[in-house]
Every structure is written in structure tokens, then in C-alpha cells.
Design a protein. Structure first.
Length: 294
């Protein structure tokens, strides 16, 4: 029997992103592929892991109608497909009237619910940096009391344009990609109940300076370096990293997979040079075994 792809629906839109959800009522797919055209009419393709049932499409233009086509794949073969359309928001989010310098590290005191609203049970605390590179920032937070339906991370990019990233309510961490090196960013994380923002925490971060990556030479690029044995005074390494391979590729992204046959790592760091020769570094959670480089 072939797997069946259920309806795809839009669960959230911002001026710069769209969040989609879908179901797989029968069997399962090896992976998915989301295809659409950007605001300039150029085709885009986003590979998605077969276990996923939702995706956030970033980097969109405000007030623009997009047609999304989601394909279910077995191997490289497209088995089923569903489509939907969405219109991005028309203006920047209200809360990007950013707080003043004096209160940037404080939770706003005037964000109490009106008297006719139910009391806010969920509490959002301790927005902190888990990793920082020249082009990305990893953030973590706590919800010591109650729970939120979802989160919204808001910030301004290096050009001063407002950005909003929707995050699932079960998540307590996020990696923000596509940042500029040596730039100060102010991030505001909102906890949402329904569409209402009920709590907020903020943090200031400066991305790292670009660094020269010691890229491997052409000859051993597919081999593990033989000289990287632990020094005599160092403890022998128990974790082993193997089989980095390309699982899918599009004109604008690449999906990589790897294995850890022995031991475990705290985290991973993917480094590469972009088309302009600038070094890029992408931090990855230690539990992950795949990543999509957009």
C-alpha cells in the first residue's frame, strides 16, 4: 500500500513567514519536499524530514500570495501531493515598537491582562544564549509554570527590517539563522495563548566576527584525517562521527545526514563557505543526525 498525504493547512502567518501543517493518515513517507515561487517568481524547494508534520517557511515578502505544493517522497520518487495558498501579513508586528534601552533586560510591567481576561497561568523566564556564531544564534528559555500554545520570536535584521519567527509551544529552544557577523541583535520572545501575547522576555546578543575556516584540502575531503589522533596526555575519544552524506539537494538548499556509531556528542558545528567565499557556521543539537542548510 502507498502512503497517503492528508490536507495541508496554514497555521500561522507573519509578514516574513508562513507555518504549514499536514497529516499522513496512512503509512509513512521517507521525506517531503515543499515547492513554491518566491516574490520574484523564482522556484524554491525546501526538503523536509519524513517524521515532520509541520514546517515554517522563512524569508518571505509581506503582503504577497504564495502557492505551496507539498510532495510526499519514497526514496526520490514523488508519491502524493497536496497544495494550499497563503498571504503573508501586511505590516510589521505591533510589538516591534521595541522597548526602551532602560527596560530592555526587564520584563515589561505594564503587560497585565485586562480585567475581563482570564488570569495568565503560564510564566516565561530566562531567555539565554546557548550558542553564537557569525551567522546564527541559539536561544533557550524556561517555562517554570503553566504552558503556552506557541511562541513568537521578534527582532530586527541588520538592515533594520522587522522579522518574526513562529515557534511551536512545545519547544524551549531555537536557532536563528541568516544573521550578519559582528552585529548587535535584540531578541524578544513572546509566549502566546491562542493569538494573544501574554508574557515576554528579551535579550541582547552580538554575533561573532567572521573567522577564517581551516578548510580541508581537496585530496582528503571524503576521508577522515589520519593525523587527528588524541595526544598522549589527552583522554582517548569515545565518540565517533561517521558517514556525512548528502540526502537531498535543491537549487537553494542541501540536506545532510551523518551517524554516530559509538558514544555521543554534546553538539555539532557545521562549517562551510557561502557563494561569496564568506565562512559560515551552523550550530546543531547533539541529538540531531540530519540538518537542512538553507
Amino acid at each position: 500500500s502507498q502512503p497517503v498525504l492528508g490536507d495541508v493547512s496554514v497555521t500561522n502567518t507573519t509578514p516574513s513567514s508562513v507555518q504549514l501543517q499536514w497529516s499522513v493518515p496512512e503509512d509513512s513517507f521517507d521525506s517531503f519536499m515543499l515547492q513554491y515561487r518566491d516574490a520574484q517568481g523564482q522556484p524554491q524547494a525546501l526538503p523536509i524530514d519524513g517524521g515532520s508534520r509541520s514546517v515554517t517557511v522563512p524569508g518571505l515578502s509581506p503582503s504577497h500570495r504564495y502557492h505551496f505544493h507539498l510532495y510526499g517522497l519514497q526514496g526520490r520518487r514523488k508519491i502524493d501531493h497536496v497544495s494550499t495558498e497563503a498571504v503573508t501579513g501586511t505590516e510589521e508586528p505591533e510589538e516591534l515598537a521595541l522597548p526602551s534601552e532602560e527596560q530592555k533586560h526587564e520584563k515589561p510591567q505594564n503587560e497585565t491582562p485586562p480585567s475581563d481576561a482570564r488570569p495568565v497561568q503560564a510564566v516565561l523566564e530566562e531567555l539565554r544564549v546557548s550558542s553564537v556564531t557569525p551567522s546564527a544564534v541559539g536561544l533557550q528559555w524556561r517555562v517554570p509554570e503553566g504552558s503556552f500554545d506557541s511562541f513568537m520570536l521578534q527582532y530586527r535584521d541588520a538592515q533594520g527590517q522587522p522579522q518574526a519567527l513562529p515557534i511551536d509551544g512545545g519547544s524551549h529552544s531555537v536557532t536563528v539563522l541568516g544573521l550578519s557577523p559582528s552585529h548587535r541583535y535584540r531578541f524578544h520572545l513572546y509566549g502566546l495563548r491562542g493569538r494573544k501575547k501574554t508574557d515576554r522576555v528579551s535579550i541582547d546578543i552580538i554575533t561573532e566576527e567572521p573567522e577564517e575556516l581551516p578548510l580541508p584540502t581537496e585530496e582528503p575531503q571524503h576521508e577522515k584525517p589520519q593525523t587527528e589522533a588524541p595526544t598522549s596526555e589527552a583522554a582517548p575519544a569515545t565518540a565517533v562521527l561517521e558517514e556525512l552524506r548528502v540526502s537531498s539537494i535543491t537549487p537553494s538548499s542541501a540536506q545532510l545526514q551523518w551517524s554516530v556509531p559509538k558514544g555521543s556528542f554534546d553538539s555539532f558545528m557545521l562549517q562551510y563557505r557561502d557563494a561569496q567565499g564568506q565562512p559560515q557556521a551552523l550550530p546543531i543539537d547533539g541529538e540531531s543526525r540530519s540538518v537542512t542548510v538553507p
